[in-house]
Design a protein around this ligand. Structure first.
Ligand code: GTP
Ligand code: SPV
Ligand code: MN
Length: 609
């Protein structure tokens, strides 16, 4: 590491004048006992030193520079591959504020347990101090954080995913900024002659948010959402609490800009659960002529009402942490162009014999590769080459269709919000909400089959409100109320229109009814035309769906019968949802806004249930 930023003796000649950061760094170093403290600058030299060290330690394999320059392959411990929702806690002072959808523990009790775990946990390792900002450094009130971690992999990933380093620290010093302290350890001290491993982690894992203190403690995992603490822990769990208190929204949403052939411009935000298509929609290559999509974000949106009464969204992130399997030239050419440029980290995909990466769904299947588990892999292997939740981590600036507005700290005014999930049955391709409250009901009852993005069973239908189930930092009933309040306190005509989509409905043979990916541009077109008062819709018990002729199907390889199935609202299927929704709402007791019960009553009446 660079000599001028490495602090061999803890607490001496520290690299900042910010008293709060200094005090916290000293306190953590005292507790965790690292061999060294490194203040991260975010410079290119630092990146080179870090990645060289990660190659030397066996965590990274450098990819062939002719294929992907300045890029690396990493394979995790096979047990540390996804978010751990059952180990994730919201430690509010009052259990009621955590709500029925989160795990809770008393903050003092949690701190006692974790302080024991953290004691000496960085021995033999370097403690990195990563000053970062979520969103723009030029924002009216920049959202600062400092992550302390003993993982160089985390530092390298944070450099891609968040604006970080010296310029952020200087600004924090200038303004004496408050910041979210985010402490991370892989939980594997190098003591008693213990040799390091390529992916250190601990069987005991805790991902903990202290909402009142705006503080994050994470232990035992090196994986993305558990360890890159600016992302889900800060930008969603902690930020959702700030947003509740300050009247804005922190959401698990992509942001895109859509331009019609006539030059009509719309900004769309969309909330789909993890591994349900946000990155793909954000980078969509339209199949319909003349339509253009530009990307602003693929995972998180922070939205505030602007002076003109419209809802403005910014993407607080600086990179994409995207699902690799299924990504290819046809499904997501823009993601392929983004990673081609290099400067990326690939985790838990396969490594080809010529030093490139490969995963299921990518073109040019290699005759031989090394699987994410480090084993020989051929197309005949019984096992997958890549973990289903394997990921690429790549700078957003490399996206060939990045919208220039991405750099505007004021964000973009959102015209439409899409909710969506992964449902084999019941939920039609697209439905328009009657109004904001109905849209909030759609979001609050969003359902989706679980995916490999979180540890646990895959394919189980669960309610995932606003695609935020694992990310709401407080009582989800209060969160619904916050959404209702945003609708009440603002001019309905200026708020985004709300729609609900499902790309994942299946036919009797189990195949997808809708081709998805670039063809989703047809649904976006219908959404725009609805807002412009052009497209036809039919009113159904669940909302407005396209009339058979109103969806642009020119050149679409689908029979009328298949399209009808994709758009169908089956009253019997919907009646079967009612007991599930009722049971879901009952969880929240008096915290559930009464208007959502009214919405459910209305739905029941319309279905004749
Ligand atoms: P997170 O990063 O976990 O929040 O996921 P995400 O919502 O960004 O999901 P992503 O776009 O990475 O898609 C996840 C998986 O769904 C990938 O394997 C995609 O290939 C697949 N997928 C995305 N869009 C579609 C679609 O329109 N149709 C079908 N059938 N699959 C899709
Ligand atoms: C998700 O699971 O929603 C992701 C990946 O976007 S992670 O960073 O692990 O949260
Ligand atoms: Mn996500």
């Amino acid at each position: 590491m660079t000599a001028d930023t490495t602090q061999p003796h803890i607490g001496q000649s520290a690299a900042t004048t910010h008293e709060g950061i200094l005090a916290w760094v000293d306190e953590v170093a005292e507790l965790t006992q690292p061999d060294r403290v490194h203040w991260c600058t975010g410079s290119d030299e630092e990146w080179t030193e870090l990645t060289d060290a990660l190659v030397a330690s066996g965590t990274f394999t450098r990819l062939n520079a002719d294929k992907k320059p300045n890029s690396f392959h990493a394979a995790s411990d096979p047990t540390d591959v996804a978010r751990v929702e059952d180990r994730t806690f919201i430690c509010s002072v009052d259990e009621k504020d955590c709500g029925p959808t989160n795990n809770w523990m008393d903050p003092q009790e949690m701190k006692a347990i974790m302080t024991d775990l953290y004691r000496g946990c960085m021995r033999g390792r370097t403690m990195y101090v990563v000053p970062f900002v979520m969103g723009h450094l030029e924002a009216d009130s920049p959202m600062f954080g400092v992550e302390i971690t003993d993982s160089a992999y985390v530092v390298a990933s944070m450099r891609v995913m968040a604006r970080m380093g010296s310029n952020v620290l200087r600004r924090m010093e200038e303004v004496g900024a408050t910041f979210v302290p985010a402490l991370h350890s892989v939980g594997m001290p190098l003591v008693d002659g213990r040799a390091d491993v390529s992916w250190p982690c601990n069987d005991t894992k805790y991902i903990v948010q202290f909402p009142e203190e705006r503080m994050i403690w994470s232990f035992g995992s090196g994986y993305g959402g558990n360890a890159l603490l600016g992302k889900k822990c800060y930008a969603l769990r902690i930020a959702s609490v700030m947003a509740r208190d300050e009247g804005w929204l922190a959401e698990h949403m992509l942001i895109l800009k859509l331009t019609s052939p006539e030059g009509v411009r719309k900004y769309i935000a969309a909330a789909f659960p993890s591994a349900c298509g946000k990155t793909n929609l954000a980078m969509l290559a339209p199949t319909i002529p003349g339509w253009k999509v530009e990307t602003l974000g693929d995972d998180i949106a922070w939205m505030r009402i602007g002076d003109d009464g419209r809802l403005y969204a910014v993407n607080p992130e600086f990179g994409f942490f995207g699902v690799a399997p299924g990504t290819n030239e046809l499904t997501n050419p823009n993601a392929m162009r983004t990673i081609d440029i290099g400067n990326s980290v690939f985790t838990n995909v396969a490594l080809t014999d010529d030093g490139d990466v490969w995963w299921e769904g990518l073109e040019n299947t290699p005759a031989h590769a090394t699987s994410w588990k480090g084993e020989d892999w051929t197309p005949d292997s019984d096992e997958l080459s890549s973990h289903p939740n394997s990921r690429y981590c790549t700078p957003i600036k490399q996206c060939p269709i990045l919208a220039p507005e991405y750099d505007d700290p004021r964000g973009v005014p959102i015209d439409a919000i899409l909710f969506g999930g992964r449902r084999k049955t019941t939920v039609p391709l697209v439905t328009e909400a009657r109004d904001w409250t109905h849209g909030t009901f759609m979001g609050a009852t969003l359902s989706s089959e679980t995916t490999a993005a979180a540890v646990g069973q895959v394919g189980v239908v669960r309610r995932d409100p606003m695609a935020m189930l694992p990310f709401i930092g407080y009582n989800a009933g209060d969160y619904f109320n916050h959404w209702i309040t945003v609708g009440k306190d603002n001019d309905a005509a200026k708020l985004p229109k709300i729609f609900y989509v499902n790309w994942f409905r299946r036919d009797e043979d189990g195949g997808f009814l809708w081709p998805g990916f670039g063809e989703n541009s047809r649904v976006l077109k219908w959404v725009v035309e609805r807002m412009e008062g052009q497209a036809e819709a039919v009113e159904t018990p669940i909302g407005y769906v396209p009339t058979p002729g109103s969806l642009d199907t020119d050149g679409l390889d689908m029979t009328e019968e298949e399209l009808a199935q994709a758009l169908a609202v089956d009253v019997e299927e919907w009646k079967a949802e009612i007991p599930q929704i009722t049971e879901w709402f009952e969880k929240f007791g008096e915290n559930l806004p009464a208007v959502l019960w009214t919405e459910l009553d209305g739905l029941k009446a319309r279905l004749g249930a």
